[in-house]
Design a protein around this ligand. Structure first.
Ligand SMILES: Nc1ncnc2c1ncn2[C@@H]1O[C@H](COP(=O)(O)OP(=O)(O)OP(=O)(O)O)[C@@H](O)[C@H]1O
Ligand SMILES: [Mg+2]
Length: 234
């Protein structure tokens, strides 16, 4: 579904991504692991078009996206849940979701699963209970669920999640894990994660970044044997 080939990116003279290649198979989840500052978020920003790349190719379902503007990548089927969630804190839960749905309505030619408000409320019941609340007043975990719901309403072919468990209470981490498992099959997922156990629980495939380079890659069930724990522990 997603093919990233030999991606290179610089911040000024600092070479942040070095020949990064990875794939996400259709209906599967690839996890990107790595310590703080190795370039995980930079990789996702290049993927969604928020940062330009110096070289390399990005292809979604056979469609080249490397030079496509960001809003068109959303319409092509990239659903992005940024690190720190970036919901609109002054708007209500429902208004945040409507922003996702607005892109989703224009996205109905995409072949992926189509998500309705009811689907999102079924997945995250708390969002239904809190639909009129101001989003900024939700807990961190609830805001994460809202950000995922908003991304699902864009009807993505590929859901992209940047450290969804960061700073979130364990019960909601478990809910998010269950949601990722249940979404697999109907869409493809690229997950950035630093928690080994969470990553292993959802990964079909994995890559580990160290200083902007892929140093280990394989099937999710090889993570333990390939000593991924040591590569990401601090
Ligand atoms: N806008 C920027 N300008 C210059 N350097 C940056 C910028 N954003 C990030 N960097 C640097 O690029 C490197 C990669 O940062 P990035 O945010 O991609 O890491 P990360 O793996 O997502 O880290 P974390 O796990 O802490 O979120 C870091 O050394 C960071 O300091
Ligand atoms: Mg990051």
């Amino acid at each position: 579904m997603l093919k990233i080939s030999a991606l290179n990116q610089f911040y000024g003279s600092s070479h942040t991504l070095r020949d990064v290649s990875l794939n996400v198979a259709e209906g599967a989840c690839t996890v990107v692991l790595g310590r703080n500052g190795v370039g995980k978020t930079t990789l996702l920003k290049c993927l969604v078009g928020l940062l330009p790349v110096k070289g390399g190719e990005i292809e979604l379902a056979g469609q080249p996206l490397t030079r496509t503007p960001s809003h068109r990548r959303v319409l092509a089927g990239l659903g992005y849940v940024p690190q720190g969630r970036e919901i609109f804190p002054q708007l209500s839960v429902e208004e945040n979701l409507r922003i996702g749905a607005y892109a989703g309505e224009r996205n109905q030619t995409a072949k992926g699963k189509q998500f309705s408000f009811d689907d999102v409320f079924h997945t995250f019941p708390v969002l239904k209970t809190m639909r009129r609340r101001i989003a900024g007043n939700l807990s961190g975990g609830q805001q994460q669920q809202l950000a995922i719901g908003r991304a699902l309403l864009t009807n993505p072919k590929l859901l992209i999640l940047d450290e969804p468990t960061e700073g979130i209470q364990p019960s909601i981490v478990m809910e998010i894990e269950a949601v990722i498992r249940s979404l697999k099959g109907s869409l493809s997922i690229l997950l950035v994660e630093q928690f080994f156990d969470f990553a292993q629980a959802v990964a079909d495939d994995y890559v580990v970044l160290v200083r902007g380079q892929v140093v280990s890659a394989g099937r999710g069930d090889q993570m333990e044997a390939n000593n991924v724990r040591a590569l990401i522990s601090v």
